[in-house]
Structure formats: structure tokens, C-alpha cells
Design a binder for this molecule. Structure first.
Ligand code: GLC
Length: 458
């Protein structure tokens, strides 16, 4: 049984601090130089944490939450610059110096290209909620240090700088796609995680000690954010028709083309590719800029945490069904579609060979996303789609030694620089299986659609 082997590998990936399990390392490939893959990444730990919670192994998740919270306050930036206090590290590693054991965290100051891990604090807060849901131990989240931790995260996310939109502006490579890929600005993945983090904070934050001020801003921001995502990111044939006939350079408040999107920027592939019954949320949106690429993680998360309506969620699942060859291929799932090629690749990625067309982040296939697909399929009642995807993945993954990612238009090649025995590939498959066996598990991570708060008016 592959499950047994997968569990053994997962077990072996656990990293210990002072004798206690506190996380899992990213990969255990014996043949490739570890670089930072011997670290515990916050985002990578998510599927491991979920499958541990589903199996009653709650201690490791608790330890992880406590230890990472202790890392939150730091002064490690670049060139003596200290970033905001709420930042959570991208990854950490347990080290020994002969006499003592200590944890070294990386907030981006050691990461390739010094990318800030914006998503870490958002995933962290979601994991806290999953832990509370699985154990009923709300007391942990109510502890003073946890309340402060949540507020620090909110301080970072809710601060008003020069933004005009309710979305969160970030640099390129600030999340799972942690290299230059033209995903700076207001990428969908961060907006959906931000939305989910706000909903979590609303559940877990106590009104005392200034908490009610935060709760007020959360309510306001949630309404505006949901409206913004639904109204402006959504794409289906009808919407593309509207954009196609947009007027440009409109001035004033009541205009149709608020972001001044030029119809000429609609890519040639899109109109042919969109099925009649399918739609999705665009990858990014800003002034004169709509990224029409399809990003799987942001769209699946949008189904799970509900900035997408139930109708939109069905349309996204229809898209997966109608465009299986492109979005699943031989190994589910494609991280983003389509790849950028030629001059576009040179300009957008800075000629990054790792992100060559149809490789790695640039149109590669990432089996870890399978757990999100299974959860989204459960939530939308489209289980058959997930069963098919899991069946496709399971035999191949075990034969291929759980690679990090696959390359090629349809994901037929093991990724060129892919690590083997990648922990989140293993945990993602196990989590997907568990979710299919017990639909209740999606409660750990999903939100129902929010009823509009009375304080919010358009
Ligand atoms: C790569 C991925 C990133 C992941 C890390 C560790 O850098 O892009 O998302 O967290 O590997 O697996």
C-alpha cells in the first residue's frame, strides 16, 4: 500500500526541537544539494499539518504554532532594515552549535532574491483556526501572546499606505510562486489568503485590549474586499465580451472600465479557450493591467474560503472539467496556465531558466495542489472530478518518488530541477485522500459564504 510508504516518509520529514516535533522539512532528496529544502517552510507545512490534525496528531501543529509565533518578533531585514513586526518567516531550521540547540528563521533575508514571504502570516493564522477547529482548544488562540500575534499580522495587512483598493499590494514572488513571474501587484492568491485570514481573525480575536477596533476594520475591509474580487477579478465569456467592448481613458466615478483595461490586452488564447459554462478569477489586477492567466491555487482557495459565490465556484469546477488536458494533464494540477514564452518570458521572468515555459512556476504541474482540488470538489459536490485526479496522481507519484513538480504542457516530465521526496507532495496526496474519505474534514479549512455585514454599503 502506497499510503504506508507515504506515512513513513512523512514521519521521517518531521523536525524536532528540544525533543518535540515542530514541523516538517521541505524535501528529503538524497541526491540533490539541499539548499534551503532542509528547512521547514510555513506554507509547505500546511498539508502536513492538516493530515496530522485529521489523524489526531495535534501536538505537532500546536508546537509549530507556538514556536513560529515566538519567531514573529524579529529585526532581520536587509542592510540593517527591519521589516514590520507581524511578519512570519518563510522557513526555519533547527540548528546545533555543539552545546545548544536553536532555531534559525529566514524572513527572506537569506532567501533567493530576498523575497518577502507575505503569505506566511496568512497561512499561519489559517492553521491556527484549523488547529482550534480540530481540537476545540480555543484557549490557545485566546492566550495573550496569540492575540498579540494576530494583531501584529493585522497591523501589517491593514495599514493604509498609498493604496486605492481594498486588495493587498505585494512584490513579485511573495507567495508560493517565490520567484519573479509577473505576479507582483495585487495577485489573486494573496487576496484570497488575505480574505481568509481576515475571516479567521474575526472568529478568533477577542474584543478586549483594543480588539474591537481591529474587529471593526476587519468587517469593513471584508465587505470591500469581497466586492472587489467578485466584481473586478471574475472572468467568463460574458465578462470578456464586456471588456472587449470597453471604452478607454474614462474619467470620473461612474465609469465601466475602472482600471482602464485596454481590450487589445485580451490574449488571443483566451476567447477560444473559455468554455461556455466556465469561468475563473483573473491572476492579478491593477492600473491598465489585468493578468488573464489562470492560477489554480488562488481559484481553488476562493472556492474554499468563499470570496467566490457558489455559482462562480461551479463555473471554476466546470473549467477544470472542460479543460482537463490543460489544467490537469498527466499530473494534476497546473500551477498557472498558460506559460509565458519568448520575449514575454524574458521580460516577465527576467530570463529565468528555472521558470522556462511549461516548467516550475511557469506552467509546471504541482501535485501538492491536489489537496485543495479535493477540498474544492467536496465543497462543490464535484467529487468525481477529484477521484479522477487522485487516481491519476497516486500511481505515478509513488513510482516517481513524490517529485516536487512536473514539466511540459501536460506534465509528462518530472520537473527538471524537481526535488524527490518533497514533503508537501506526499502530504498533499494523503490530505486529498482523507478529504475524499471524510467530507467533514473540509470544515478545518473552509468558510461558508458570508452574509453581508450591516456596516458595509456600496
Ligand atoms: C520553492 C517553491 C516554494 C516552496 C519551496 C520549498 O521555492 O516555490 O513555494 O515553499 O520551494 O518547497
Amino acid at each position: 500500500m502506497w499510503e504506508e510508504e507515504a506515512w513513513e516518509l512523512l514521519e521521517k520529514s518531521i523536525t524536532y526541537y528540544q525533543g518535540q516535533p515542530i514541523g516538517t522539512v521541505a524535501a528529503q532528496d538524497p541526491e540533490v544539494q539541499a539548499l534551503n529544502y532542509d528547512q521547514c517552510f510555513i506554507r509547505d507545512f500546511v498539508p502536513s499539518a492538516l493530515v496530522f490534525l485529521m489523524h489526531g496528531r495535534t501536538e505537532i501543529v500546536r508546537n509549530f504554532l507556538v514556536e513560529t509565533l515566538a519567531m514573529q518578533s524579529h529585526d532581520k531585514g536587509m542592510d540593517c532594515f527591519a521589516p514590520g513586526l507581524g511578519l512570519m518567516p518563510a522557513s526555519f531550521k533547527v540548528k546545533h552549535d555543539g552545546t545548544r540547540e536553536y532555531i534559525e528563521a529566514d524572513f527572506g533575508e537569506s532567501a533567493i532574491a530576498r523575497v518577502p514571504p507575505v503569505d506566511s502570516c496568512l497561512w499561519w493564522i489559517l492553521l491556527l483556526r484549523a488547529y482550534v477547529k480540530a481540537t476545540g482548544d480555543v484557549a490557545l488562540a485566546h492566550q495573550a501572546d496569540f492575540q498579540t500575534g494576530i494583531k501584529l499580522i493585522l497591523d501589517l495587512c491593514l495599514v493604509h499606505r498609498f493604496s486605492m483598493y481594498p486588495t493587498l499590494p505585494v512584490l513579485d514572488g511573495a507567495f508560493m510562486i517565490d520567484r519573479r513571474m509577473g505576479v507582483g501587484g495585487h495577485p489573486l492568491e494573496i487576496q484570497v489568503l488575505f480574505y481568509a485570514a481576515l475571516r479567521t481573525a474575526k472568529e478568533l480575536l477577542l474584543p478586549q485590549d483594543g480588539g474591537h477596533f481591529y474587529l471593526q476594520s476587519i468587517t469593513q475591509r471584508l465587505g470591500a474586499l469581497k466586492y472587489h474580487i467578485r466584481e473586478y477579478y471574475w472572468l467568463d465569456l460574458q465578462r470578456v465580451n464586456e471588456i472587449y467592448r470597453f471604452k478607454n481613458d474614462e474619467f470620473g466615478k461612474e465609469v465601466a472600465n475602472k482600471f482602464n483595461i485596454h481590450p487589445e490586452s485580451i490574449p488571443a488564447w483566451l476567447t477560444e479557450w473559455l468554455p461556455d459554462n466556465g469561468g475563473y478569477l483573473a491572476g492579478n489586477l491593477g492600473p491598465g493591467h489585468m493578468d488573464f492567466r489562470f492560477f489554480a491555487l488562488g481559484n481553488l482557495m476562493a472556492i474554499l474560503v468563499s470570496p467566490a459565490s457558489s455559482e462562480e465556484s461551479q463555473s471554476i469546477m466546470n473549467l477544470f472539467e472542460e479543460r482537463t488536458a490543460d489544467l490537469m494533464g498527466f499530473m494534476p494540477l497546473k500551477i498557472c496556465f498558460p506559460a509565458v514564452e519568448g520575449v514575454e518570458w524574458r521580460i516577465i521572468t527576467g530570463s529565468d531558466p528555472k521558470n522556462f515555459p511549461w516548467s516550475y512556476h511557469n506552467g509546471g504541474n504541482w501535485p501538492v495542489i491536489l489537496w485543495l482540488f479535493a477540498a474544492a470538489a467536496q465543497k462543490t459536490g464535484r467529487q468525481a472530478l477529484a477521484q479522477k485526479a487522485i487516481a491519476l496522481a497516486e500511481t505515478r507519484l509513488i513510482e516517481d518518488k513524490f517529485p516536487e513538480y512536473y514539466d511540459g504542457k501536460q506534465g509528462r516530465l518530472i520537473g527538471k530541477e524537481s526535488r524527490l521526496y518533497q514533503t508537501w507532495t506526499i502530504a498533499g496526496l494523503l490530505t486529498a485522500k482523507e478529504i475524499m474519505n471524510n467530507p467533514k474534514h473540509i470544515d478545518l479549512f473552509s468558510f461558508e459564504e458570508e452574509v453581508e455585514s450591516p456596516g458595509y454599503r456600496l
